[in-house]
Design a binder for this molecule. Structure first.
Ligand code: KG4
Ligand code: ZN
Length: 343
């Protein structure tokens, strides 16, 4: 059985082809193609939804062709189409859904709809046979920060979710304050890591926010970071590279502190020792190192390509859902908000 995955929830147009036999525990990736719009949106310092949707419309047929060619398959050989239905930017989701519906109508193949965050939560499991249920599933991306007990496919218990910004947003907005180009998260991380490697130490104090609360929150920290950067800038006309790196280091420590504290508390309260981390921020090296220092926790991450938005996680979950008898109701609409407990 060949499964086609389509992902267009934000600024990545992604198509994957996976293969699975009925007896397989997991589907296998045959080809995966991603067209990123980062350069387009960098001009505006963030994702412009209308431009993103238009880009998906243009890119989808091209990325589909590339993925099918690399897989050595024709569209008529695809048996199942999996598509992201939400959460995400409405215009972007619509492009993917309409494209998938068109393919389904022309090939008479079934479609299964997939929740993007559920796919992130399960992506460490798709990529690591050693990760067993139940595990703690941490999603840290540009739009979401949440922690679940993952008891199986479709079985999630919410432990914590952000009440304001997401971890990726905290990285990106802080990076913008330091004058780093969009998307600033990885740039800020690189600067912080270089600073640490050169023997740099913590020179700025930032608060540990919402310590007593199970929920994540990054807006208080964001304000503290904005004030700190303003204060340092007042002392100097322009931030020297050394000062920028020192601030980046302190910011990365503060954001990772906030995440690590919630995971520690969840490990103690649930007694679960396996952690699956996913979403763009799971690529952060310092976060990975700090999480693996938590006593009694074994950390699993997806392969580096699957930390970011990708269509292989959509096809993998689509296959799991199809096996459980789920298909898309053709009248169903896309969903900008779609908590995984409501899937
Ligand atoms: O999961 P993702 O690709 O897209 C969303 O669904 O949001 O996550 C993108 C986010 C951005 O905020 C980006 O800055 C952040 O992940 N990110 C990082 C790193 N790599 C990506 N943040 C910190 N350190 C990184 N190495
Ligand atoms: Zn994502």
């Amino acid at each position: 059985m060949f499964i086609l995955g389509i992902e267009t929830s934000c600024d990545e147009t992604a198509v994957s082809v996976l293969e699975a036999a009925d007896s397989d525990l997991r589907a296998r990736v045959i080809s995966e193609e991603i067209s990123s719009q980062t350069q387009l949106h960098a001009l505006y310092g963030g994702v412009v939804p209308e431009l993103a949707a238009r880009e998906h419309l243009h890119n989808l047929p091209l990325v589909l062709d590339q993925a099918l060619n690399k897989a050595g398959r024709k569209i008529s050989e695809i048996d199942l189409i999996a598509v992201t239905r939400g959460p995400g930017l409405l215009g972007c989701l619509l492009m993917g859904m309409h494209f998938a519906r068109g393919l389904s109508l022309s090939t008479s193949k079934p479609i299964v709809d997939v929740n993007h965050i559920e796919a992130h939560v399960l992506s460490p499991w798709f990529d690591n046979p050693q990760l067993l249920f139940p595990y703690l599933g941490l999603v840290v991306s540009g739009g979401h920060t949440e922690l679940h007990i993952v008891r199986g496919v479709g079985q999630y218990e919410l432990l914590s979710r952000t009440i304001d910004d997401a971890a990726g947003e905290a990285f990106d907005k802080s990076a913008a304050l330091l004058g780093l180009d969009y998307p600033g998260g990885p740039r800020l991380a690189a600067l912080a890591d270089e600073f640490a490697k050169a023997g740099g130490r913590l020179e700025h104090k930032l608060p540990i926010v919402m310590q007593e609360d199970v929920r994540f929150s990054f807006s208080g920290l964001k304000t503290a970071i904005a004030l700190l950067v303003k204060r340092v800038k007042m002392q100097q006309a322009a931030l020297a590279q050394e000062q920028k790196a020192s601030l980046a280091f302190a910011i990365q420590e503060a954001i990772t502190d906030a995440i690590v504290a919630k995971v520690k508390a969840a490990q103690v309260s649930t007694g679960i020792n396996m952690l699956g981390v996913s979403g763009g921020v799971s690529a952060n090296k310092r976060l990975r190192a700090r999480l693996s220092e938590i006593p009694a926790i074994q950390v699993f991450t997806p392969s580096s390509l699957h930390c970011m938005d990708n269509a292989s996680m959509i096809a993998s979950l689509g296959w799991e859902r199809y096996r459980r008898g789920k298909t898309l109701d053709m009248r169903a609409s896309v969903l900008s908000r779609w908590p995984i407990e409501e899937v």
